[in-house]
Design a protein around this ligand. Structure first.
Ligand code: SF4
Length: 244
Protein backbone atom coordinates (compact mmCIF):
# COMPACT_ATOMS: atom_id res chain seq x y z
CA UNK A 1 0.00 0.00 0.00
CA UNK A 2 1.14 3.54 -0.73
CA UNK A 3 -0.06 5.87 2.04
CA UNK A 4 -0.86 9.55 1.60
CA UNK A 5 1.59 12.18 2.86
CA UNK A 6 4.96 10.38 2.73
CA UNK A 7 6.54 12.73 5.30
CA UNK A 8 4.21 11.25 7.94
CA UNK A 9 4.33 7.69 6.60
CA UNK A 10 8.14 7.45 6.55
CA UNK A 11 10.00 7.13 9.85
CA UNK A 12 12.19 10.24 10.26
CA UNK A 13 14.91 8.49 12.30
CA UNK A 14 15.79 5.76 9.79
CA UNK A 15 17.33 6.14 6.35
CA UNK A 16 15.05 5.51 3.41
CA UNK A 17 17.22 2.57 2.33
CA UNK A 18 16.83 0.97 5.74
CA UNK A 19 13.03 1.35 5.57
CA UNK A 20 12.77 -0.07 2.05
CA UNK A 21 15.09 -2.94 2.95
CA UNK A 22 13.07 -3.66 6.09
CA UNK A 23 9.90 -4.06 3.98
CA UNK A 24 11.78 -6.55 1.79
CA UNK A 25 13.31 -8.50 4.69
CA UNK A 26 9.95 -8.90 6.41
CA UNK A 27 8.75 -10.90 3.40
CA UNK A 28 11.92 -12.62 2.16
CA UNK A 29 14.66 -14.41 4.11
CA UNK A 30 17.62 -12.43 2.78
CA UNK A 31 20.75 -10.91 4.32
CA UNK A 32 21.13 -7.20 5.03
CA UNK A 33 23.53 -6.89 2.08
CA UNK A 34 21.03 -8.50 -0.30
CA UNK A 35 18.23 -6.27 1.03
CA UNK A 36 20.43 -3.22 0.48
CA UNK A 37 21.16 -4.25 -3.10
CA UNK A 38 17.45 -4.81 -3.76
CA UNK A 39 16.55 -1.45 -2.16
CA UNK A 40 19.02 0.37 -4.42
CA UNK A 41 17.49 -1.39 -7.44
CA UNK A 42 14.00 -0.36 -6.27
CA UNK A 43 15.10 3.28 -5.92
CA UNK A 44 16.52 3.19 -9.45
CA UNK A 45 13.28 1.59 -10.69
CA UNK A 46 11.20 4.54 -9.44
CA UNK A 47 13.51 7.07 -11.11
CA UNK A 48 15.65 8.28 -8.19
CA UNK A 49 19.02 9.51 -9.48
CA UNK A 50 22.20 8.21 -7.76
CA UNK A 51 20.23 5.51 -5.93
CA UNK A 52 23.19 4.01 -4.05
CA UNK A 53 23.97 7.41 -2.55
CA UNK A 54 20.33 8.31 -1.88
CA UNK A 55 19.88 4.96 -0.10
CA UNK A 56 21.53 6.44 3.01
CA UNK A 57 19.52 9.69 3.06
CA UNK A 58 16.90 10.43 5.71
CA UNK A 59 13.36 11.40 4.63
CA UNK A 60 13.89 15.11 5.46
CA UNK A 61 16.77 15.25 2.96
CA UNK A 62 14.43 14.51 0.03
CA UNK A 63 11.84 16.60 -1.80
CA UNK A 64 8.11 15.73 -1.55
CA UNK A 65 8.15 14.07 -4.98
CA UNK A 66 11.21 11.96 -4.10
CA UNK A 67 9.65 10.88 -0.80
CA UNK A 68 6.56 9.74 -2.69
CA UNK A 69 8.81 7.76 -5.06
CA UNK A 70 10.40 6.13 -1.99
CA UNK A 71 6.93 5.11 -0.78
CA UNK A 72 6.25 3.57 -4.19
CA UNK A 73 9.60 1.73 -4.14
CA UNK A 74 8.78 0.37 -0.67
CA UNK A 75 5.35 -0.80 -1.84
CA UNK A 76 6.64 -2.41 -5.03
CA UNK A 77 9.75 -4.09 -3.68
CA UNK A 78 7.81 -7.24 -2.72
CA UNK A 79 6.22 -7.41 -6.20
CA UNK A 80 2.59 -7.34 -5.05
CA UNK A 81 -0.30 -8.46 -7.25
CA UNK A 82 -2.33 -5.49 -6.03
CA UNK A 83 -1.09 -2.02 -5.12
CA UNK A 84 -3.45 0.25 -3.14
CA UNK A 85 -2.52 3.91 -3.58
CA UNK A 86 -4.35 6.14 -1.07
CA UNK A 87 -4.35 9.73 -2.37
CA UNK A 88 -0.70 9.30 -3.43
CA UNK A 89 -0.49 12.69 -5.13
CA UNK A 90 -2.44 14.92 -2.71
CA UNK A 91 0.60 16.60 -1.11
CA UNK A 92 2.39 17.21 -4.42
CA UNK A 93 2.36 20.09 -6.88
CA UNK A 94 0.73 19.52 -10.26
CA UNK A 95 3.94 18.80 -12.20
CA UNK A 96 5.23 16.22 -9.71
CA UNK A 97 1.68 14.83 -9.47
CA UNK A 98 1.72 14.10 -13.21
CA UNK A 99 5.17 12.45 -12.92
CA UNK A 100 4.00 10.21 -10.07
CA UNK A 101 0.79 9.11 -11.81
CA UNK A 102 2.77 8.37 -15.01
CA UNK A 103 5.29 6.39 -12.97
CA UNK A 104 2.58 4.36 -11.21
CA UNK A 105 0.84 3.57 -14.47
CA UNK A 106 4.10 2.59 -16.16
CA UNK A 107 5.24 0.38 -13.26
CA UNK A 108 1.87 -1.30 -13.01
CA UNK A 109 1.85 -2.07 -16.76
CA UNK A 110 5.45 -3.31 -16.68
CA UNK A 111 5.08 -5.56 -13.63
CA UNK A 112 1.47 -6.64 -14.14
CA UNK A 113 0.49 -5.23 -10.74
CA UNK A 114 -3.15 -4.15 -10.43
CA UNK A 115 -3.51 -0.58 -9.19
CA UNK A 116 -6.33 0.56 -6.90
CA UNK A 117 -6.30 4.35 -6.73
CA UNK A 118 -8.20 6.06 -3.89
CA UNK A 119 -8.65 9.71 -4.79
CA UNK A 120 -10.95 12.74 -4.92
CA UNK A 121 -9.18 13.98 -8.04
CA UNK A 122 -11.30 13.04 -11.05
CA UNK A 123 -8.59 14.31 -13.42
CA UNK A 124 -6.22 11.68 -12.02
CA UNK A 125 -8.96 9.05 -12.41
CA UNK A 126 -9.54 10.05 -16.03
CA UNK A 127 -5.82 9.79 -16.83
CA UNK A 128 -4.87 6.75 -14.81
CA UNK A 129 -7.76 4.33 -14.34
CA UNK A 130 -9.77 1.92 -16.48
CA UNK A 131 -12.68 1.49 -14.04
CA UNK A 132 -14.16 3.99 -11.65
CA UNK A 133 -15.98 3.04 -8.46
CA UNK A 134 -17.89 5.92 -6.85
CA UNK A 135 -18.58 5.70 -3.11
CA UNK A 136 -21.06 7.72 -1.09
CA UNK A 137 -21.55 7.54 2.69
CA UNK A 138 -19.60 4.28 2.90
CA UNK A 139 -21.37 2.50 0.03
CA UNK A 140 -20.44 1.83 -3.59
CA UNK A 141 -23.04 3.68 -5.66
CA UNK A 142 -21.63 3.23 -9.18
CA UNK A 143 -19.03 0.96 -10.76
CA UNK A 144 -18.25 1.16 -14.47
CA UNK A 145 -15.51 1.78 -17.08
CA UNK A 146 -14.07 5.30 -16.64
CA UNK A 147 -14.92 6.55 -20.13
CA UNK A 148 -18.53 5.43 -19.76
CA UNK A 149 -18.89 7.20 -16.40
CA UNK A 150 -17.35 10.45 -17.62
CA UNK A 151 -19.59 10.35 -20.67
CA UNK A 152 -22.85 9.32 -18.99
CA UNK A 153 -22.89 8.86 -15.21
CA UNK A 154 -25.94 6.86 -14.10
CA UNK A 155 -26.01 7.77 -10.42
CA UNK A 156 -27.01 11.33 -9.40
CA UNK A 157 -24.07 11.58 -6.96
CA UNK A 158 -21.49 10.71 -9.65
CA UNK A 159 -23.14 13.23 -11.95
CA UNK A 160 -23.03 15.86 -9.17
CA UNK A 161 -19.30 15.26 -8.67
CA UNK A 162 -18.60 15.66 -12.37
CA UNK A 163 -20.70 18.83 -12.59
CA UNK A 164 -18.73 20.32 -9.66
CA UNK A 165 -15.53 20.34 -11.72
CA UNK A 166 -14.54 23.81 -12.96
CA UNK A 167 -14.91 24.03 -16.75
CA UNK A 168 -12.98 26.29 -19.11
CA UNK A 169 -16.17 27.08 -21.03
CA UNK A 170 -18.62 28.72 -20.93
CA UNK A 171 -17.01 31.62 -19.12
CA UNK A 172 -18.70 32.96 -15.98
CA UNK A 173 -21.04 29.96 -15.79
CA UNK A 174 -21.87 29.15 -12.15
CA UNK A 175 -19.96 26.20 -10.70
CA UNK A 176 -22.15 23.17 -10.04
CA UNK A 177 -22.49 21.84 -6.50
CA UNK A 178 -24.30 19.17 -4.52
CA UNK A 179 -26.60 20.69 -1.86
CA UNK A 180 -26.57 19.52 1.75
CA UNK A 181 -24.07 17.47 3.71
CA UNK A 182 -23.05 13.84 4.00
CA UNK A 183 -25.19 12.31 6.79
CA UNK A 184 -23.44 11.32 10.01
CA UNK A 185 -22.90 7.62 10.74
CA UNK A 186 -25.71 7.63 13.33
CA UNK A 187 -28.26 9.30 11.05
CA UNK A 188 -28.04 7.36 7.78
CA UNK A 189 -31.34 7.39 5.85
CA UNK A 190 -32.82 3.86 5.78
CA UNK A 191 -33.07 3.55 1.98
CA UNK A 192 -30.96 5.51 -0.49
CA UNK A 193 -28.35 7.37 1.54
CA UNK A 194 -28.22 10.11 -1.08
CA UNK A 195 -31.97 10.81 -0.93
CA UNK A 196 -31.80 14.03 1.21
CA UNK A 197 -29.43 15.59 -1.34
CA UNK A 198 -30.79 14.15 -4.57
CA UNK A 199 -32.78 16.27 -7.01
CA UNK A 200 -34.31 13.13 -8.61
CA UNK A 201 -35.75 11.42 -5.54
CA UNK A 202 -39.28 10.00 -5.68
CA UNK A 203 -41.58 7.79 -3.66
CA UNK A 204 -39.84 4.48 -3.12
CA UNK A 205 -36.31 5.89 -2.93
CA UNK A 206 -36.51 5.48 0.85
CA UNK A 207 -36.46 1.69 0.38
CA UNK A 208 -33.12 -0.13 0.67
CA UNK A 209 -31.63 -1.01 -2.69
CA UNK A 210 -28.73 -3.20 -3.74
CA UNK A 211 -25.97 -2.46 -6.20
CA UNK A 212 -27.35 -3.94 -9.41
CA UNK A 213 -26.27 -4.42 -12.98
CA UNK A 214 -28.09 -1.97 -15.23
CA UNK A 215 -30.75 -3.47 -17.49
CA UNK A 216 -30.45 -0.69 -20.07
CA UNK A 217 -27.06 0.56 -21.28
CA UNK A 218 -26.10 2.57 -24.38
CA UNK A 219 -25.35 0.44 -27.45
CA UNK A 220 -21.66 1.39 -27.37
CA UNK A 221 -21.27 0.25 -23.75
CA UNK A 222 -20.52 -3.45 -23.09
CA UNK A 223 -23.56 -5.09 -21.46
CA UNK A 224 -23.23 -6.02 -17.81
CA UNK A 225 -20.29 -3.67 -17.26
CA UNK A 226 -22.06 -1.11 -15.12
CA UNK A 227 -23.46 -1.53 -11.62
CA UNK A 228 -25.47 1.24 -9.95
CA UNK A 229 -27.23 1.66 -6.59
CA UNK A 230 -30.17 3.84 -7.63
CA UNK A 231 -33.84 3.01 -8.11
CA UNK A 232 -34.08 5.35 -11.10
CA UNK A 233 -30.79 4.56 -12.85
CA UNK A 234 -32.49 3.07 -15.93
CA UNK A 235 -34.73 6.09 -16.42
CA UNK A 236 -32.48 9.08 -15.63
CA UNK A 237 -30.48 10.98 -18.25
CA UNK A 238 -27.75 12.65 -16.19
CA UNK A 239 -25.07 15.10 -17.33
CA UNK A 240 -21.42 14.04 -17.13
CA UNK A 241 -18.18 15.87 -17.80
CA UNK A 242 -18.11 14.96 -21.51
CA UNK A 243 -21.87 15.41 -22.07
CA UNK A 244 -22.88 18.35 -19.88
S1 SF4 B 1 -32.44 6.11 -5.47
FE1 SF4 B 1 -33.65 7.97 -5.70
S2 SF4 B 1 -32.82 9.40 -4.19
FE2 SF4 B 1 -31.31 7.76 -4.48
S3 SF4 B 1 -29.91 8.51 -6.02
FE3 SF4 B 1 -31.48 7.34 -7.08
S4 SF4 B 1 -33.04 8.86 -7.65
FE4 SF4 B 1 -31.75 9.82 -6.09
Amino acid sequence: MIFQEPMSALDPVFTIGHQIGQAYRSHFAVSRAEARERAVQALAQVGIALPSRRHDDYPHQLSGGMRQRVMIAMALICEPKLLIADEPTTALDVTVQAQITDLLRELSERSGTALLFITHDLGVVAETCTRMVTMYAGEVVEDAPVDAVLDRPRHPYTSGLLRSLPQLTPRRAPLGFIPGRVPGAAEMPPGCRFLPRCGHGMAGCDQPQALRVLARTPSDEPAGERRVRCWRADALQLPGSVNP
